[in-house]
Design a protein around this ligand. Structure first.
Ligand SMILES: [Zn+2]
Length: 63
């Protein structure tokens, strides 16, 4: 039996600098909450991994 080894990539939160671990199964466009400052971060690319602060305007506002 072979177990696929998951590699995790660690990023710094763009807002507070806290380490954020992204697994290999992280998808492009996935939103991740920083556990430290609570900022929502968006995975804008997975090849290579690139994250940015997610837009604050949610689609469900105004209703
Ligand atoms: Zn943060």
């Amino acid at each position: 039996m072979t177990t696929a080894q998951a590699t995790a990539t660690t990023f710094e939160c763009v807002v507070c600098g806290a380490p954020i671990e992204l697994g290999d199964d992280t998808l492009q466009g996935e939103l991740i909450d920083c556990g430290d400052c609570g900022t929502e971060l968006e995975v804008v690319s997975t090849q290579p991994f690139l994250i940015q602060e997610a837009p604050q305007e949610a689609e469900d506002w105004g209703q």
